[in-house]
Design a protein around this ligand. Structure first.
Ligand code: PEP
Ligand code: MG
Length: 568
């Protein structure tokens, strides 16, 4: 078995077709007839543009506009005078077209690949793709015609470039294995869009296999088997059937309401970090945003984002959601999230220190900029404010006082906002849970942050592997805490949601239905899974299971019972 990066879920079984790398060799002699060489170069550029725009058009039709953008980006690059102009200059000075293409592309590749930003590094691989395509045109090299491979083919390549991927007909390609690329590389994005199982970054795979070998591509786990034994093959055939059945079942939940088996409607929201993710949440059929982790705006910057920068981001998310709820969590930094330019003090116990609302209330000028940006964005959708790491009533009261001051300022300046903008508490500390009845009187809503609630209830650092065995939302103490918080919220008549990872846990969902949670906020890719699980439980069945669970003594007994009763 070979291990790689699981880049596109599912199981593919088929016969291998290796896409060989061609040696892109050329004679680098000085050119005498530079005019003729320039003509050869411009013909190659024209051919490249024609082929690329045809491929982009084909992808747009067969896969989607987002995926076509990758190839359209190649067209923009080659049309940029800093690239083709530079190449032309070199040819005019006597270099052959191949050498000019290689030198200019390599210069840009070197520049982009050194950058910290993932997107910029991706540009380096785009330029490399453009370079190879241009060299092949100049050298008259024809690749394997991927569009003509037989049904049940597993493609094996060093890297699968967008131009190669564009030729794939998904009904013929059972799987993809490459030597390079990660979860966010273009080949991964395209494989996911085509729903072809893919495992990337399997070292030396092109030299370890040959055409017609049988391969199993487990794109969920990242495993690859070549010419597997009979029992492995038969177990994977069963896994493949199960996966296909499950996917088909999940698709049935697209565009559907989120309801329990006995017809109670629940809200299924998404957790996001950037306005771009808001689009993803909508594409994945999320019904709102239950947690916008605003700190990413601060972490992805080298300066404090201004009111206008923040306003633009919050407004964009509000508009993308078109009137559906967008719950923006105010700055939650400290603990494991450092922002270098804020020069926060090093602390002995950062998780118990000056973080989140504590830091914000100690740095009110910064906090007011954020609150003002959020409140202004409320004129463009259903924006709500959520306060992290609350431990006492004063904190939420102080935030509300700041909100009231800002509203007065905005009124005086004639700036629009939602006068009824809600302010809610994240309940994620042991203290907040214990005083949930008091906090409920001060809050418009609660959202339970189980990631931290588990940490603070169990006194266990959420990132420390040595104590990870204690870090479980299914610990009796954590379950009691969750139940108590929901009861306090319901008694006060405010909605209670959950935005910690536990909200999407199939084992946790029946318990949350029983306790009376009304809003689940999950990673966008888990929306359909959560909706499917919710649809399988009635309140009566969930209550029966929860009663048994709440009478058990240990986490092991609880998870054992939940696994036994799970409906997946
Ligand atoms: C949580 O604590 O459950 C949560 C959702 O917030 P974060 O993981 O960002 O701390
Ligand atoms: Mg938290």
């Amino acid at each position: 078995m070979y291990l790689g990066i699981p880049a596109s879920r599912g199981i593919g079984i088929g016969s291998i077709c290796v896409i060989a790398e061609h040696e892109l060799k050329y004679d680098n002699a000085k050119i005498e007839d530079t005019e003729a060489e320039q003509k050869r170069f411009s013909d190659a550029i024209e051919k490249f543009k024609k082929e690329t725009s045809e491929m982009a058009e084909d992808i747009r039709k067969r896969i989607g506009p987002k995926e076509a953008e990758i190839l359209e980006g190649h067209l923009v690059m080659i049309s940029d005078p800093s690239m083709s102009g530079e190449m032309n200059k070199m040819i005019a000075a006597g270099q052959c077209a191949e050498a000019a293409v290689e030198a200019v592309c390599d210069m840009f590749i070197g520049m982009f690949s050194k950058m910290d930003d993932d997107m910029m590094r991706q540009r380096a691989s785009d330029i490399s793709d453009v370079k190879v395509s241009l060299l092949k045109i100049l050298l008259g090299i024809e690749d394997v015609d991927i569009s003509k491979v037989a049904p049940g083919t597993v493609l094996v390549a060093k890297d699968l470039t967008p131009s190669m991927t564009s030729q794939i007909h998904k009904e013929n390609v059972a799987g993809i294995i490459t030597e390079v690329g990660g979860k966010t590389s273009h080949s991964a994005i395209l494989a996911r869009a085509l729903e072809i199982p893919a495992v990337l970054s399997v070292p030396d795979i092109t030299t370890l296999v040959k055409d017609k070998d049988t391969a199993i591509v487990d794109g969920t786990e990242g495993n690859v088997y070549i010419n597997p034994e009979g029992d492995i093959l038969s177990s994977y055939i069963i896994k493949r059937e199960e996966f296909i059945k499950k996917q088909a079942e999940l698709k049935n939940f697209l565009g559907k309401e989120t309801v329990t088996a006995d017809g109670t409607s629940l809200e299924l929201f998404c957790n996001i970090g950037t306005p771009k993710d808001a689009k993803k949440a909508v594409e994945c059929d999320g019904e709102g945003i239950g947690l916008f982790r605003s700190e990413f705006l601060f972490m992805d910057n080298n300066h404090l984002p201004s009111e206008e920068e923040q306003f633009a981001a919050y407004k964009e998310a509000a508009e993308v959601l078109g009137g559906k709820a967008v719950i923006i969590r105010t700055l939650d930094i400290g603990g494991d999230k450092d922002i270098p330019y804020l020069n926060m003090k090093k602390e002995e116990n950062p998780f118990l220190g000056y973080r989140a609302v504590r830091y914000c209330l100690g740095n009110r000028d910064t906090y007011k900029v954020q609150l003002r940006a959020i409140i202004r964005a409320s004129a463009f959708g259903k924006v709500k404010i959520m306060v992290p790491l609350v431990t006492c009533v004063e904190e939420i009261r102080e935030v509300k006082a700041l909100v009231a001051d800002i509203k007065k300022d905005l009124d005086a300046e004639g700036i629009a906002y939602d006068k009824n903008i809600e302010v809610g508490c994240m309940i994620e500390t042991a203290s907040a849970s214990l005083i949930a009845d008091l906090l409920a009187k001060e809050s418009d809503f609660f959202s339970i942050g189980t990631n931290d609630l588990t940490q603070y209830t169990m006194s266990v650092d959420r990132g420390n592997a040595d104590v990870a065995y204690l870090y479980s939302t299914f610990q009796p103490s954590v379950l009691r805490s969750i139940k108590h918080i929901i009861e306090c919220g319901r008694a006060a008549g405010i909605p209670v949601g959950m935005c910690g990872e536990a909200a999407a846990d199939p084992l946790m969902i029946p318990l949350l239905i029983s306790f009376g949670l009304t809003e689940f906020s999950v990673n966008p890719v888990l929306v359909l899974t959560a909706r499917c699980i919710i649809s399988k439980w009635s309140k009566a069945e969930a209550d029966e299971l929860a009663n048994k669970v709440m009478n058990l003594d240990t986490e092991k007994e609880i998870t054992k019972l939940l696994k036994k009763e799970a409906k997946e």
